[in-house]
Ligand binder design. Sequence first.
Ligand code: ISL
Ligand code: CA
Length: 530
Amino acid sequence: MKVANWKDAVIYQIYPRSFKDSNDDGIGDIPGIISKLDYLKSLGVDIIWLSPVYDSPNDDNGYDICDYQSIHKDFGTMEDMENLINEAKNRGIGIIMDLVINHTSDEHPWFIQSKDKTSPYRDYYIWQDKPNNWTSFFGGKAWSKVDDSYYLHLFSKKQPDLNLKNLKVIEEIKNIMHFWLKKGIMGFRCDVINVIYKTSLANGKKRLVLTGLEHYHSQKGCHDILKELRKDVMDLYPNAFTVGETVLVNTKQANELILPENKELNMVFGFQHMETDQINNKWFKTKFKPKKFMKTIFKWQEEVFWNANYLENHDQPRSVSRFGDDKKYHSESAKMLAVLNLTLKGTPYIYEGQEIGMTNAYFDSLEDYQDVESKNIYQLAKKLGFPKWLRYRLLRTASRDNARQPVQWDATFGFTKGMSWLKENPNKRYINVLDNLKNEDSILNFYKELIKLRKSSDILKKGDFKRVYLSKHVFVYERLFEAKKLTIILNMSKKIHRYPFEIDGKKILGNYKEENNKLRPYEAVIISNE
Ligand code: ISL
Ligand code: CA
């Protein structure tokens, strides 16, 4: 079966540890994913983005890789992976994998050998006699010591940064990419791809977070590497594509990475809309202001050549808890966010569990958190003298574990019969896939309907975007293709609002059944001019 091209596709992210456990060891795995392919097909998924499944000591749940060409035993075997690729292909579903090339695990044989100053692998990493003042994404210093030298790690100390000035490292990366593309995957989601090249190792300007950023963010050397990987690898595989994860980029920097004539990436995940509910960094969340959020989304729609549209992933809190209402208007607001996610111009990405409106974890004990970042930040906050209630609040609103709770397949959980690696959410009793399948008005069925609409509509797939109205809570935009037009109206609040103006046409989809001349709480409406 033919797989849709990346511009027409609906992409679904799987965080393998948390998707489906097939052998009841409490950890999601590849056979578990295979068992749910029909579910994904019926949802309308074209392409799966699989977060890392490679061998890893799991300091950062697989984003610390110790062998790029093998499968972690918790997830299965290489044969399982090949089966997944084939079984997906049989259903017309493509797969992209995570490509993590900024760093490896410190248990990767390259790094182990690199500790020896005379080894040919020494220069695979970034060693210095003295550290500079850079700080890490996960809080604290970006350098750790082995014997009398220091190595750079922009993430955890078990994630040493590769030296991408070393041409041998670039060749290794190309080989890894060929290895997987030859197995039949469609491409890669490229982890933190805009920070891979460190132009200089000079001290950075002192900043509250990420001191040193100006020496490695969006550097020319990074663009050169991406051009090379595109030409020597990606271009050799028809329909292959890449989506970059690009921290702290603006629309101009995003375009530099994705404009077709630049021949680098195909699209990128921007972060600016995700940063509208915070001050300075993700740990200091502010009240959600829909206007600020939508203004940023509109800006990216207008300025970026082709967007990767997402509201959730494995690093972000759950969207319904963050931008909607996970209590009284759970269903309405989750559906309104679905409309936003699937009617913008660009390729939509859905994160596992989003399609049933899974919520934040709201853990109340430190032991429940598993994420290395959460643990680091808790300790850092303690060191800084933050009171306990504040430390918990940081985690409750911003911990990545909010998105990592396993998928709630049925009212008893359905993810595993064993002990789940991360505590399950008690709201599985009423937020679960099985109940969603049974209930005609469920969030899941709404997603299905929307995806079907998107796929059958050239306006949604190819049409231009036009902003029409932006107020405190109500937003209107149009999608235009030839003489056809769809108008999308969103109420991003609990309040009832008047329509800002009269909109001619026929309502083709909405999250309320009965008609009304007002916009109800979290109402979303799609109107066609035909
Ligand atoms: O979530 C974040 C930190 O709070 C982001 O800054 C995140 O670290 C950044 O988006 C990079 O994320 C990616 O690379 C990390 C990995 O931990 C994340 O899971 C991955 O998505 C290091 O590989
Ligand atoms: Ca398992």
